[in-house]
Design a binder for this molecule. Structure first.
Ligand code: ADP
Ligand code: MG
Length: 290
């Protein structure tokens, strides 16, 4: 591999909004056999809207939304932003909060208006009996929405769901990668049924769902064992371990700083089509070299 052609290749890629951090990344991308995508913010817009709020018996919809928004105001997660925006649209005033802790891949816990509020995936509310809200969660997930549970003072209080449309270029990108002989996988912390619905709509056959942030690294290893060298595409803090583990980590440029810093390649436009473009450039450069 001549340094000059690699420099020309990375320069050409940069003009197209694909920033290779190193010549080695351009070379490594050519050898990748599987492309794994994070879901939220990578294949989807990452700007979900709150579509559903189902209070448990005895709880008031606006009251639980205000409690949820109060603690979520301290989280940067897309689901958190959707909940905060919904409360703002309704003009709800939020109670004062304290002791808020966001747990990546799980949810958020804190005190709001003197009550203990926890919101997130079922694993974030371990020990609580969520069976009263579970059928509602299954129904909404089947529609591709992401359900989250809210507990107040240790009692299941509501089920909320957000909907996050897939990016315009996502399905075409999956097809383009498969046409080039690559396997494509979806790796997400989201609900399994939600993930399978999104994967189906994009033509992705391999789905690893309900994966914790550290688990995303293991997912990359499992995909490597099955297919060979891995490219991982992600945008979130929770994607950093996978971006670092993959042969080539590609970060969405509009994603979090941690993701961008962990990546070998930055996709400035945030468009999944840039992945196919990056691969095409890497192959073109490596072909010219040999
Ligand atoms: P993804 O892999 O789709 O980016 P994450 O790993 O960020 O998902 O989160 C996985 C799941 O954890 C979410 O689908 C949600 O159920 C829960 N979760 C994480 N953070 C929050 C939050 N701030 N509020 C509510 N739920 C959350
Ligand atoms: Mg994400």
């Amino acid at each position: 591999a001549t340094p000059t052609s690699i420099m020309v290749g990375t320069g050409r890629a940069a003009e197209r909004g694909v920033l290779f951090r190193s010549g080695a990344a351009l070379q490594a991308l050519e050898g990748v056999r599987v492309v794994a995508f994070d879901k939220t913010g990578t294949l989807t817009e990452g700007r979900p809207r709150l579509t559903d709020l189902v209070p448990a018996p005895g709880f008031d919809a606006d009251a639980v939304l205000a409690l949820a928004a109060a603690v979520e105001a301290r989280s940067e997660h897309p689901i958190a932003r959707a909940i905060v925006a919904a409360a703002a649209e309704k003009g709800l005033s939020l109670p004062p909060v304290a002791d808020v802790a966001a747990v990546p891949g799980h949810g958020v816990t804190g005190r709001a208006g003197g009550r203990l509020v926890a919101i997130g995936a079922p694993r974030h509310l371990a020990g609580l009996d969520l069976s009263g809200l579970a059928p509602e969660a299954a129904r909404l997930a089947a529609q591709g929405r992401s359900p989250v549970y809210l507990a107040v003072d240790g009692v299941p209080a509501a089920l909320l769901a957000v909907s996050d449309p897939v990016k315009a270029g996502a399905a075409a990108t999956v097809r383009a990668l498969e046409d080039r002989g690559l396997a494509v996988a979806l790796v997400t912390g989201d609900d399994r049924r939600t993930a399978e619905g999104v994967a189906r709509s994009l033509g992705i056959a391999t789905v690893l769902a309900e994966v914790l942030p550290e688990g995303k690294r293991d997912a990359v290893r499992a995909l490597r064992d099955r297919y060979g060298p891995v490219a991982f595409v992600g945008d979130g803090i929770n994607d950093a371990p996978a971006l670092a583990e993959a042969e080539v980590g590609l970060a969405i440029g509009t994603g979090t700083d941690v993701a961008v810093e962990s990546a070998d390649v930055v996709l400035m436009a945030g468009d999944p089509a840039s992945v196919a473009e990056a691969l095409r450039l890497s192959r073109a450069v490596m072909r010219n070299i040999r």
